[in-house]
Design a protein around this ligand. Structure first.
Ligand code: GLC
Length: 744
């Protein structure tokens, strides 16, 4: 009996080991990633490798069907998962199961100055992308806010490289924890939309390394992003999607990026450069990224037959091809073939709650004279709401980040809901801006046409405002061209349409005027002295009306801080004062426009500080319904060496009568340096929550890295010994306490 049992066991064991031996390594989840990649690569034909590295449809690449290696499906965008489009079109596929949650735009996320919100955001949107079976989420965008005219600033994280670096890392980790790759974009120097395919950005290395690269570097070296999207523009006369400096030297060389460089849609222009300058996955060729799209013959892509032909004619080897294929295979093993990834969720209560929370934490209270806000619901009987942005859906439009949402709570609806039944809320249009309601075949379902003239609209608004207890004007920008919209820039800093006239007319008839500015960019406010309360409310997505109302009625205490400067006028902006914008078109027959970033490192508050230009509202500014007192900042020691760190501590007390959050900011000044440096630079921030009367000690520990500048001579970061000053601040123009220390 025992013998035959033993024999049986041996037969099973042998059978198992034989069949196990036949399980290819690339399919073995327990095998190391590189071993799986090498095994898969060794099984692929030349044509399969070529097919792997370019699109097969508008948003997918083929994988390796014969080996059971799945397709790679990508989807926009940074604020939510784009509705399904037809195989080879931008137009809607007409699905009815692809409505999503629209999360607040990334300027709002940056304005929370709360890395926990970034983690929540990444996980939430990652779950939606996972549920929709996407392998790459085409976002987030981290291009620095160089000019307030850039149409896509609403998709990015502001003017400061440290803030953007801190906020992008948790977002990347959150999304990728769902088995979905982020595709951090647009690498690099895509700081305007006008001439976006032909702008050649000319920038010195200090500005490149100190301002425009840090957020991408953090996404790669700290966030571990599995893919990066090349930008449309050129740098050093090479398109960024196949740029040897940006992709080979910096991204893959200096930073050791092991992921996939994805072209922007239509960003590839040359086979040889695409082969040798670091592009790994070509998408969207023959389109301009958004509109025109000829029937794409995918075999004609730059990395398709033309590449195959060069190899077959032995004009080039296959080492570059194998490197590209390895990177794409690695991404597939991390995503589509990752058996351990979670299942995701779509339109869950948790996702709406996340959108709402991020919105509430990101709204910035710019001004609140006489504590007009929050609205006192005991006193208020009549509230007048005025403005097109109170009723206009903002999740549709704006370019590739446009979404089809399951719902979007409009500001007027949110205000009505939270006002309750005892308060009469009336509405008047005030002005008519952009009545379009469709983008790429997605309709907001609204009809907001209104043919009355400017005076009729203003008179109606003034009438309902005259005897109201509170007047709430909801205006700003929108997602149509020449506003906050991809592929076009704004024409100026001013509010479009007749908004300034309406606001001034309302200010004349009612002192309790609140302006809610819905935008992803700074706007001019010539009426700022006549308006007692101003809220910066971003594109807040599905929960917009709820987040805005919660702040207006004081259910939530605002704690957002500006991620970019609001200049008084355009000439106060470095890019429009010292820099070139939009640039100078070459007259050499090429269609290239050279844009010289003459302002160098002096972007945003760095410029305003150095040139003593008072902003309308400063970077890092944001008020609360309570107040905070800062104690004196102390340093752990008066000097430090290059090998150790130094800690600054400050006590912050909530001196008001309600709980609230404060973002304590740390800026560092280099008192003496061999090169010019900004007056101060953000090197730390912490958001703390305090009950009335509560005090917390906030500490920042920094190393010499926080004291360094990029030395172009040695191509390295250098901290020069000498005196420095640490400032703790409530805003870049609101330093509360400073302490000197020395780097030995
Ligand atoms: C667009 C955008 C990019 C987007 C891509 C796909 O042109 O520049 O951000 O992800 O094409 O829609």
């Amino acid at each position: 009996m025992k013998t035959c049992l033993f024999t049986l066991m041996m037969i099973c064991a042998t059978a198992f080991s034989v069949c196990r031996a036949q399980t290819p390594v690339y399919l073995d989840d327990s095998a190391p990633l590189d071993a799986r990649v090498e095994d898969a690569l060794s099984r692929m034909t030349l044509r399969e490798k070529i097919a792997l590295i370019h699109a097969q449809s508008k948003f997918s690449a083929p994988g390796v069907p014969r080996l059971g290696i799945p397709e790679v499906w990508t989807s926009d965008g940074p604020h939510g998962v784009r509705p399904e489009v037809k195989w080879d079109e931008w137009e809607q596929a007409g699905w009815t199961n692809d409505s999503c949650v629209a999360f607040p735009a990334l300027t709002c996320l940056a304005a929370t100055w709360n890395t926990e919100m970034a983690a929540l955001y990444g996980k939430s949107i990652g779950e939606e992308a996972r549920y929709r079976n996407k392998d790459i989420l085409l976002g987030p965008g981290v291009n620095i806010y160089r000019t307030p005219l850039n149409g896509r600033n609403f998709e990015y994280m502001g003017e400061d490289p440290y803030l953007a670096s801190q906020m992008v890392v948790p977002y990347v980790k959150g999304v990728q924890s769902c088995g979905v790759a982020t595709c951090v974009k647009h690498f690099a120097l895509n700081n305007n939309e006008i001439n976006r395919h032909t702008t050649n950005a000319i920038v010195d290395d200090r500005a490149l390394y100190e301002i425009y690269l840090p957020a991408f570097k953090a996404a790669v070296t700290e966030g571990g992003t599995w893919s990066i999207m090349g930008a449309y523009n050129l740098y050093k006369d090479q398109h960024a999607c196949h740029n040897s400096y940006l992709l080979n030297d910096i991204l893959k060389g200096e930073w050791g990026f092991d992921g996939v460089v994805v072209s922007d849609w239509g960003g590839t222009h040359d086979t040889w450069q695409a082969i040798t300058n670091g592009l790994d996955l070509e998408f969207g060729t023959w389109t301009d990224g958004l509109s025109s799209n000829s029937k794409n013959a995918y075999d004609n892509y730059y990395l398709a037959d033309p590449y195959l032909k060069l190899i077959e004619e032995e004009k080039i080897g296959t080492s570059e091809l194998d490197d590209k294929a390895r990177r794409v295979l690695k991404l597939i093993f991390r995503t589509g073939m990752n058996k351990n990834k979670p299942w995701g969720a779509l339109c869950s209560e948790e996702h709406y709650a996340a959108a709402n929370k991020i919105g509430c934490e990101g709204i910035v209270l710019l001004k609140n004279d006489n504590d007009l806000l929050p609205i006192d619901t005991d006193k208020a009987k009549r509230i007048a709401v005025i403005g097109e942005n109170a009723i206009k859906m903002m999740t549709v439009g704006g370019g590739s980040s446009s979404l089809k949402v399951q719902h979007e709570v409009l500001p007027l609806d949110g205000i009505r809901q939270f006002a309750g039944n005892d308060i009469e809320v009336s509405y008047a249009r005030g002005y008519v801006g952009d009545t379009s309601t469709v983008f790429d075949g997605v309709s907001s379902g609204q009809d907001i046409t209104d043919n009355r003239n400017e005076d009729e609209l203003i008179n109606e608004a003034v009438e309902i405002a005259r005897n109201a207890d509170y007047v709430i004007f909801v205006g700003g920008l929108n997602k149509s061209r020449f506003q906050d919209c991809e592929d076009s820039d704004r024409k100026g800093l001013e509010l479009p349409y007749a908004q300034n006239r309406v606001i001034e007319a309302l200010a004349k008839v009612n002192d309790n005027l609140i302006v809610v500015n819905v935008s992803g960019n700074a706007v001019a406010m010539p009426w700022v002295d006549d308006v007692p309360a101003i809220l910066q409310a971003w594109y807040l997505g599905s929960e917009a009306g709820n987040s805005i109302a919660k702040i207006l009625f004081g259910i939530e205490n605002p704690s957002g801080k500006l991620p970019f400067t609001f200049p008084v006028k355009l000439e106060d902006v470095a890019a429009h004062n010292m820099g070139e914008y939009p640039g100078t078109k070459r007259n050499d027959g090429s269609d290239i426009t050279d844009t010289r970033y003459n302002e160098g490192i002096y972007v945003g508050y760095r410029w305003h500080d150095t040139r003593h230009i008072k902003p309308l509202f400063a970077f890092g500014h944001g008020l609360s319904y309570t107040s905070f007192k800062y104690g004196k900042v102390t340093a752990s020691n008066s000097e430090m060496t290059a090998n150790d760190s130094i800690t600054f501590s400050v006590d912050v007390t909530n001196t008001g009568n309600r709980a609230g959050a404060e973002v304590v900011q740390l800026y560092i000044s280099d008192e003496k340096c061999s090169v010019d440096r900004p007056v101060k630079e953000l090197k730390g921030f912490k958001k703390i929550y305090l009950n009335p009367g509560e005090t917390q000690t906030v500490s920042f520990s920094i190393s010499k890295d926080a004291l360094s500048f990029f030395d172009t001579g040695t191509h390295s970061w250098v901290a020069e010994p000498g005196k420095f000053t640490a400032h703790v601040a409530a805003a870049s123009d609101d330093i509360r306490s400073s302490v000197q220390f020395e780097l030995k």
